[in-house]
Design a protein around this ligand. Structure first.
Ligand SMILES: [Mg+2]
Length: 233
């Protein structure tokens, strides 16, 4: 069988920080509600609301803002002042304006890998939000194709690696989520490379794949070139 030809990268918390903006916003959400509800369990309530709402809003900033508003209404039994709801909407806008912080060695690694492989970006979330983040990152020109999807399931990778690559067997997915980036890619026969990020959303956790010869973990993206050498040997 011919070798690896296509490498896809996740964006949020693989190429640039993202979850820290959500965490920071959640702290502000808790501070806004501090005079109205006990902070105990507030984070858990928000997470439960987000989880419940995924089927309606998908992943990303807009759904997060709606979930903060819904949680604020529910935990105050409907008594949350409208001024606070206004503040929560503003928090969502602040998230959009947050500067993009690219992780170490990202550009160098992408440039090096792009010399030998076709490289793709595969990210999920709000379309406009992801487009704007990519534009502001200045990394867009490095990718042969960009796919912004509503979810990352095995059929998603099957479709993307068939459309933009030479099929899943000759493709690799690199990302910080075992659940979204690694496990579904391995399921369709691709390589799945896990690069843990210290802040990863609770709903992205799952167990590492077992008995999967195409699963690898590296600690930073800068280790990818060495890993590719090793795979080729
Ligand atoms: Mg990610």
């Amino acid at each position: 069988m011919r070798g690896l030809s296509t490498i896809a990268f996740d964006a949020d918390d693989t190429l640039w920080h993202s979850e820290r903006v959500f965490k920071l916003t959640e702290e502000r959400f808790a501070a806004l509600l501090a005079d109205h509800v006990a902070s105990d369990g507030l984070s858990q309530r928000l997470l439960e609301t987000e989880k419940r709402n995924l089927q309606y809003y998908g992943f990303g900033r807009k759904g997060f803002v709606l979930s903060m508003i819904e949680t604020a209404i529910d935990v105050t039994d409907g008594k949350v002042p409208t001024a606070i709801l206004r503040d929560l909407i503003d928090l969502g806008r602040d998230m959009a304006a947050h500067p993009i912080e690219i992780l170490p060695d990202v550009r160098e690694t992408l440039e090096a890998v792009a010399q030998r492989y076709r490289i793709l970006l595969v990210t999920k979330g709000d379309l406009l939000d992801q487009e704007q983040k990519l534009a502001r990152s200045g990394l867009g020109g490095l990718f042969q194709a960009v796919e912004i999807v509503s979810d990352k399931s095995p059929p998603t990778y099957q479709r993307i690696f068939t459309r933009h690559g030479d099929g899943p067997e000759r493709s690799m997915m690199v990302g910080n989520s075992l659940k979204s980036d690694v496990v579904p890619a391995i399921e369709v026969g691709s390589w799945g490379i896990f690069i843990p990020h210290p802040l990863t959303w609770a709903l992205e956790h799952t167990d590492a794949p077992k008995d999967a010869p195409r699963f690898r973990q590296i600690e930073r993206i800068g280790e990818l070139s060495n890993l590719l050498e090793e795979i080729h040997r």
